[in-house]
Ligand binder design. Sequence first.
Ligand SMILES: [Zn+2]
Ligand SMILES: [Zn+2]
Length: 478
Amino acid sequence: MEKVVLHYSSREGELYADGLNSTLDQRNCESIEQKELENIIGPVAKPIMYSAAKILTSTSMASYFRRLLDNKTGPEDMLKDIMSFLQRRGIGIFECVNHDLKNGTFTIRVRYSFNAMAYSESKKPICYTLSGILAGILEPIVRLSLDCEETSCSAMGHEYCEFKLKPSKRNTFPKKYFDVKPPEEIKGLSPLEVDYDNERGLFVFEGSNSFLNFRAHDSLYQREFEKTIGPAARGIIYSVAGKYSATSSMGKARRLIIQLIGSISMESLANEFAKRIPMRGYGVLENLKIDGKNKEITFDIRNSYNTIAYGKTKEPICYCLSGVIAGATSLLFNKDSECIELKCRAMGDKVCTFKSFARKEEEDLNKVLIELDRIPGIQRSMVVSNEGMIRASTLSDEAEPNKIASRVGILIGSAQKVSEEFKLGKFKCVNMFSSGGFIMSVRINSRFSLSVLVHQGANKGMVDFALDKARKRIAMVL
Ligand SMILES: [Zn+2]
Ligand SMILES: [Zn+2]
């Protein structure tokens, strides 16, 4: 273990390594998130993760490459520099075993890949993000677009992951770089000493294995993801990347929180937490208000990392951050919590404002759904938002309602897109038939829809009638 010094600004909530604007993220979260994502959306996860990582890497590295070129670094030295750079990101131990700069081919071996280390056994290679990073980062050396394929993976039990790169059929190089603020312009950077495990190529920060991500990663990833599956991407990012990974990776933190709650007030605990956010490069937490009685927290994040490369929007977009906050609040109050974003920098606001609260039982909604389930043939029902987030449901917890809601959200989002493409207007109803029965989703209003699972042989006319009645009643409650 050695000590590495990174630099951060407590005023801006930004973290710099090798002059690149970064965030210090937990390694386990990456694998947890990927597995859940594959579970929900299936094999589409691979191209989404790969292309987001590739686009992001090639576009975020402008200042780094400019420095290499200013120093007149030749391609061979540039390759060496890039291998050691990747290692300094805490994403594994890198070795280029074979390369041909003239033809644009490379073979790279990686031990302790940040994608694979916590991703238990797999039958196929799973380092999609790392494949995208390698393709994006090696392109400027050969000045060609590259494709990267992982041929063996440590998640499959191999000693290392191996990646083969070759020129793409469609050459899109050079790419347009977006400029990030150079660190020289950030005043008052403070050193942040972090433990670095040089045998495994990872950081150990606050007791957990960590790596350096690009600060723009989450927002670009979200944009790519939304392009493919529509607004349901937001719900998945909220519940998987944010809430689920926050609660399942906080094992140590949770123990610490419980110990601390015994000894200090919740305010000082939350203030301590607030101080640590800029160190990870997530922004600056301000105006924190805790209402312990109602289990509610509100605060602002200035310079949210979720907004950095997203572009202008009409709605709040910091879904990953909202999910992380919901997860942390659930642990803090020991009660399942949700978080909504009220203002967002991507909408032109000065700060992003979040409100986190213990999840309330939606009694009125539940009543309508329970009555609906009494109609012969209707098995289960749920109210889902466009983002694929659950508002109320009669599904049991074992059925994992959040995952089902994500899938329903994708289905409705796709139906909406198709209906727009055929100029049919807004969708009213989506039916999906199978041998055992059917799923029916009807629109409640512009934000929510109602879905029911119906068994084979049910009287469709009766179901239609009941659904229409329930839809109207729910619209009044929402
Ligand atoms: Zn791998
Ligand atoms: Zn925001």
